[in-house]
Design a protein around this ligand. Sequence first.
Ligand SMILES: Nc1ncnc2c1ncn2[C@@H]1O[C@H](COP(=O)(O)OP(=O)(O)OP(=O)(O)O)[C@@H](O)[C@H]1O
Ligand SMILES: [Mg+2]
Length: 253
Amino acid sequence: MSAKIISVLNHKGGSAKTETVFNLAAALRLAGHRVLMVDLDSQSNLTESCGLFIEEGEYDITHSIVRNLPLQALSFDNLPDLLPSSIDLATAHGHFSNNIVGYFRLRDILSTIREQYDYIVIDNSPSLDFLAINSLNAADEVIIPVECKPKGLRGISAVINLIDSIQSTTNEKLRLSHILLTRKDNTALSKQTEEFLREQYGKLVAKSGIPSNVSVPEASAAGISVMEYAPQSKGAEAYEAFAKEVDKVGLGV
Ligand SMILES: Nc1ncnc2c1ncn2[C@@H]1O[C@H](COP(=O)(O)OP(=O)(O)OP(=O)(O)O)[C@@H](O)[C@H]1O
Ligand SMILES: [Mg+2]
């Protein structure tokens, strides 16, 4: 069976895409799955969370996307595997000068290692650009993390429209699996935002939202998942519960 590919996407910056990829992937690994994370953001925050900074000349995913070099996933003792990124990824689009082939590069390169994993989880930059379309053409499922504040709601429909248009044109199997509330707190604004989203999107909104919890940024700054950093924390419990929801949908394609 080949990996289920999940893209974590929202063009709103700071919606906890990277923390979600890092901790969801780690929780799926702790549940016994073979997991690969893909850093598809030239900001390289996910790569940094794994304690890495890719220097010029070292391998990053741009080499495979642009020059078709074999994928070199990195392995760690206590984290899922990683395809790292560097600032070079920002130049990827220019190499294809709008050639349609460019929009399927991620799908094609991941197909070479898909059999080796149960889940592949992709982190995206805060935009709906060339790389986001690559991500949606490669994915089976999309998770939209939404910061639980009124301003977090802005633009969700643009993400959903893009998913719909990719689904109806170039990637029929693609579907939105979850909207994930992130950075929830006890304020009235946070509660109203959650109510609004649950009313609007019903079961698409994951049962387990992620609370604001200092252990989440502390863990990624330390290069370990929140489950390892502070197993009893609210952040760890929430990401574990969300991973169970994701896993319940089922493995493989
Ligand atoms: N549950 C949480 N509790 C506390 N802080 C959090 C939580 N989730 C995310 N953060 C913090 O919020 C900030 C934004 O999170 P993150 O980097 O994951 O967002 P992003 O959507 O990936 O951002 P970008 O759009 O820039 O890629 C980070 O500093 C992160 O550590
Ligand atoms: Mg990010």
